[in-house]
Design a protein around this ligand. Structure first.
Ligand SMILES: Nc1ncnc2c1ncn2[C@@H]1O[C@H](COP(=O)(O)OP(=O)(O)O)[C@@H](O)[C@H]1O
Ligand SMILES: [Mg+2]
Length: 464
């Protein structure tokens, strides 16, 4: 459902509706115009023909006036008779200026004033050519349309005085020709089919061109946006790296400065302890000073290790070996009784990293995992994984603990963030720093089944 509202789809729907509307409106107006121009053309042809015949047979105003005269009747018949040869002719009536029918193919109409379109007849008397559709002419009294009645198109054309040249020639009468509109309708229908096809195709071409243009512009904009997002992510990355790096420098500088006097304090305390002249109370105080000094020195040593991360010496190493070395080191230093499960890959997976730093990061993950659930096994996994098209390896450490809180999730990688008594809060931030230095990332996730997983992804080859 969500897809329906994506900008290209929305554009497609809106533009398609607009183009359909445009096609329909254009089609309707063009159809109307087309129909009218076909009728007009037909009327002009009939008018030209009727006038040509009238002029050829020199039909005059007096013939029109004296239509009952035998000579005039014959004259009129010779002049207008050939028009009945036109295909589809249903009725011909010739009116004189008194609106009386002076000639017709139906002799019964002679002398009558029969017309249903007095207005059109009058306008024709003034020199205009008129065309009217008669659809219900036959039976207006019943008020019903009789479908058996043939429809007709009736053309009223002025007949001009033969002796005078047009325009401005005098109108001596009007010829009314009723014809079956079938042939005309067929022409109109064919024309309309063609018209609708052309307009429809134009609409289709217009739509596809517009849609193509829009998707092109849209995809370019999306590309630019994603590039921008990546650039700002890269920027954040660099800022974080610099912060950690600067912090490492400061911390190590302070640690160095404290370390020397501290060693002095411990040494002097030890020397003083051995002095036989001091009292037992003073000796106990000196032992306490020495113990605190050693604790303090341990902490300083840990801080100094933080700065080691700033100096890396990449080399090509095998990832399985790297993990096995870390596990062995962990067993030596922390204890053998912890279960560290690692399914080694049967392939040799080479990577260019500083092995000391990566071991350090992995060691921190394992240590945290053991602290989270000391009696549960810790699972270490290794998989080849691409990140944004870059080949690399993902090393994950999964524990059976209770995971971390939402609040902790926001601060996990902040230096000195810790929830453990005696913790330094430097394990994860240093691991992240190490990952960043190698162009990699660290991920932390709570698993739906319980427990947490901390992973480090590293590109198999360093960034050029
Ligand atoms: N496996 C884990 N499960 C739950 N919480 C963890 C885990 N690893 C780290 N954390 C949380 O992240 C904090 C920071 O870890 P770290 O940077 O290694 O510092 P420290 O171990 O000294 O506390 C921990 O105090 C703990 O709250
Ligand atoms: Mg830790």
């Amino acid at each position: 459902m969500r897809n329906v509202t994506t900008p290209p789809r929305l554009f497609a729907i809106v533009s398609l509706l607009m183009i359909i509307m445009m096609v329909v409106v254009t089609g309707l107006t063009q159809a109307l115009f087309f129909r009218q121009s076909i009728i007009d053309r037909e009327s002009v042809i009939v008018s030209d023909m009727a006038n040509a015949l009238a002029h050829e047979h020199l039909i005059s105003a007096s013939d029109m006036a004296n239509y009952s005269n035998a000579a005039a009747m014959e004259h009129l018949g010779e002049g207008f008779g050939p028009i009945s040869q036109l295909s589809g002719t249903q009725r011909i009536k010739v009116f004189n200026r008194d609106y009386t029918i002076v000639w017709s193919d139906n002799p019964g109409m002679l002398g009558t004033k029969h017309t249903t379109h007095i207005g059109d007849l009058t306008r024709a008397m003034h020199g205009e050519i008129r065309a009217v559709f008669n659809s219900e002419e036959a039976d207006t009294s019943t008020g019903k349309h009789d479908s058996s009645t043939p429809e007709s198109i009736e053309i009223y054309t002025p007949i001009f005085e033969a002796t005078q040249a047009r325009p401005g020639a005098a109108v001596i009468g009007v010829l009314s020709l009723s014809r079956s509109p079938l042939a005309l309708n067929q022409t109109i229908r064919d024309g309309l089919y063609l018209l609708w096809t052309v307009i429809g195709l134009t609409g289709l071409v217009l739509f596809s061109a517009l849609y193509k243009l829009f998707t092109l512009v849209y995809s370019r904009q999306k590309l630019a946006e994603s590039r921008f997002t990546k650039l700002s992510a890269d920027h954040d990355h660099i800022v974080q790296l610099e912060k950690l790096s600067a912090m490492g420098e400061i911390v190590s500088e302070i640690a160095h400065q404290i370390n020397n006097p501290l060693v002095g304090v411990i040494n002097l305390a030890q020397v003083a302890e051995r002095d036989p002249e001091i009292s037992e109370k003073t000796r106990r105080l000196l032992v306490a000073i020495e113990k605190s000094g050693i604790e303090c020195s341990d902490f300083v040593q840990r801080l100094l290790r933080l700065n080691q991360a700033a100096r890396s010496e990449p080399q090509s190493v095998e990832v399985n070996d790297l993990v096995q070395d870390t596990i062995a080191f962990f067993h030596q230093t922390i204890g053998k009784h912890h279960t560290l499960a690692f399914a080694e890959s049967d392939k040799r997976l080479m990577i260019v990293v500083d092995p000391v730093l990566i071991r350090h990061a992995l060691f921190n993950f394992i240590h945290n995992a053991i602290l989270a659930a000391p009696d549960k096994p810790v699972v270490i996994s290794l998989a080849a994984e691409e990140l944004e098209g870059v080949p690399g390896y993902l090393l994950s450490v999964t524990d059976g603990g209770s995971g971390f809180s939402d609040d902790a999730a926001k601060k996990l990688f902040k230096p000195f963030f810790t929830t453990r008594p005696g913790g330094t809060g430097l394990g994860l931030s240093v691991a992240q720093f190490i990952a960043m230095k190698h162009g990699g990332i660290v991920r932390a996730e709570n698993l739906p089944v319980g427990g947490a997983r901390f992973s480090i992804w590293l590109p198999s080859a360093p960034k050029p």
